[in-house]
Write a protein that binds this ligand. Structure first.
Ligand code: DGL
Length: 269
């Protein structure tokens, strides 16, 4: 199976595109719902929580794990890849979603000015700026944290007057900082659920970029370039769900993220 990890429900927006791109593959999704959100937690805590989840996915038979969470990718991926995998799991791989997005985003802007909406944790890590400048050194990158957006989505407030207010507030703040921005990246897995409100607040000429499709395309490409990994992945077109909260809590919340009729298994760390 391909393991897909997120702090909670948000990774379901990435899983949806992964399943579309790789319909025959099996996926095991793990949402650390009992300890979400990660967005405002320390580096040490996010590393510890993420590593526990990765270990669980390895234990359950995933040779490849995708951190479908920007906060975990920004704060835990590098340490897991450098300090854990080579010593404990040399034949397993963990991939994140910051680098694949960074590789593409610079190609999408004409003005050379992009904006990024993300959690406070992702913004303060500086990961997007570092990764993007690696590929596009001249790109102007303005990041903006939107601490209200994840709770709005999780409380089922998308589409309401309140959501429109808080989305417009952050969009206006980003564009005030750099009016030349012509491309805006949603670098948090929850934010696609506020697409309508974000589009309504952005000028029509500004392009809105979602990560799901980019991550799915990059995963397909990764498996093409790594046939030794591809061969180890089972293909029955099945997806199973794990959560650190109760199964009922997960099944109910996943509905908001477009996953209805699923059954989850609860685990305790
Ligand atoms: N999934 C997280 C992300 O993409 C957002 C939710 C959280 O803060 O845990 O950054």
């Amino acid at each position: 199976m391909i393991g897909v990890f997120d702090s909670g429900f948000g990774g379901l927006t990435i899983l949806r595109d992964l399943k579309k791109a790789l319909p025959d593959y099996d996926f095991l999704y793990l949402g650390d719902n009992a300890r979400a959100p990660y967005g405002s937690r320390s580096f040490e805590t996010i590393f510890r929580y993420t590593l526990e989840s990765v270990r669980e996915l390895f234990k359950r038979g995933c040779p490849l794990v995708i951190l479908a969470c920007n906060t975990a990718s920004a704060k835990a991926l590098r340490s897991i890849q450098q300090q854990v995998l080579p010593f404990e799991f040399p034949d397993r791989r963990v991939l994140g979603i910051v680098r694949p997005t960074a590789e593409e985003i610079g190609k999408m802007s004409r003005t050379g000015h992009i904006g990024i909406f993300a959690t406070a944790g992702t913004v303060s890590s500086g990961s997007y700026q570092i990764e993007i400048h690696h590929f596009f050194p001249d790109l102007h990158v303005t990041q903006h944290a939107c601490p209200m957006w994840v709770p709005l989505v999780e409380c089922g407030e998308a589409g309401t007057e309140g959501a429109r207010f808080f989305v417009k507030k952050e969009v206006d703040a980003l564009l005030a900082e750099d009016p030349e921005i012509d491309t805006v990246l949603l670098a948090c897995t929850h934010y696609p659920l506020l697409e309508k409100e974000i589009r309504a607040a952005l000028p029509p000429q500004v392009r809105l970029v979602f990560q799901g499709g980019i991550v799915a395309d990059k995963t397909v490409d990764y498996l093409r370039r790594h046939p030794e990994m591809d061969r180890r992945l089972s293909r029955n077109g099945k997806t199973a769900f794990l959560t650190s909260d109760t199964a009922k809590f997960f099944e109910k919340g996943a509905f908001l993220f477009g996953m209805d009729d699923i059954s989850a298994e609860s685990l305790t760390f």
